[in-house]
Design a binder for this molecule. Structure first.
Ligand code: ADP
Ligand code: MG
Length: 278
């Protein structure tokens, strides 16, 4: 190996076959290779599009190191040059459906992860509360910290999920269709929030979405996955204008945005033979 910078996330010829060696064997990913550089002071935002069942969630789960998916069947999944062997707080996952603890308040849901990692992090209970309150304020939930998840709207619940993830200062954030269950205005609010927070924390983000507009708005690069076994059929980078500092609704009305959405739609159809993003 030469001495270049170590990528923050690297896949080397990754294959994932579920139920390998049985009649139900299914290869979700094959020959998936990429390297995302860890540019100091600038985490990259990778938006992932693809047809249903092409292995997008599988890819995120391999980075997360989740049981049942990690390790890959073949190839290597590396985070900062080290093979992933399990979950860690350097990687945070945000799912489509908010997976909070219903019996814990909003504040307790956010302090919970800090408690789990208590020994390593060494915070006092007061410090944990302070950190949790900082992140609840950043996602606009200060007034709701004593509520229970069922008392919140879907958008507010996703804000809790974001606060819960960011309080642990992950360097890699994995988002699996995080806004798909939200109505359109809430979804646009969340996109604006994510961009604002992400500028601040400079983490590397992988966002799986079925919205081409969302990918264009948020992504520094967009990957279009092939049908399963999934791999990157097309990467789009230089053709994506930056919409930093422009609100989603404003950005969407510009000709550059609409042109880019059209381009990505055409490329998507080329890669997938006319499937829809899912
Ligand atoms: P996507 O997120 O792109 O829609 P997934 O990564 O969830 O796709 O799944 C890719 C394929 O792998 C799908 O066909 C799915 O049914 C299959 N798959 C996912 N997880 C498992 C599993 N634990 N066991 C067997 N098959 C699985
Ligand atoms: Mg999925």
């Amino acid at each position: 190996m030469s001495g270049g910078p170590v990528p923050i996330v690297e896949f080397r010829a990754v294959e994932k076959t579920f139920a390998a060696g049985t009649p139900k064997a299914f290869t979700a990913l094959a020959g998936l290779s990429f390297a995302i550089e860890d540019i100091p002071g600038h985490g990259e935002f990778v938006a992932v599009l693809g047809p249903s069942g092409c292995g997008k969630s599988t890819m995120l789960n391999l980075v997360a190191g989740f049981d049942g998916v990690a390790p890959p069947t073949a190839g290597e999944v590396l985070v900062r040059g080290v093979p992933v062997t399990g979950p860690g707080r350097d990687r945070g996952m945000i799912f489509q459906r908010y997976s909070s603890f219903p019996h814990l308040t909003v504040l307790e849901n956010v302090t919970f992860g800090l408690e789990l990692n208590g020994r390593e992090l060494g915070h006092s209970a007061a410090e944990r509360r302070e950190l949790a309150r900082h992140w609840l304020a950043r996602v606009g939930l200060s007034a709701h910290e004593q509520k229970y998840p069922h008392q919140l709207s879907g958008g507010q619940q996703q804000r809790v999920a974001i606060a819960r993830s960011l309080v642990l200062k992950p360097r890699i954030i994995l988002m699996d269709e995080p806004f798909s269950a939200l109505d359109e205005p809430t979804r646009l609010d969340m996109q604006a929030l994510i961009l604002e927070l992400w500028r601040e924390i400079e983490a590397t983000v992988f966002l799986v979405t079925h919205s081409i507009a969302e990918a264009v708005y948020l992504g520094d690069r967009i990957w279009i996955f092939t049908h399963a076994p999934g791999r990157i059929g097309r990467e789009i980078r230089d053709e994506i204008p930056s919409f930093r500092g422009t609100a989603p609704i404003e950005a969407q009305t510009t000709p550059e945005f609409q042109r880019t959405v059209e381009l990505v739609t055409t490329l998507f159809q080329g890669v997938t033979g006319g499937a829809v993003p899912a």
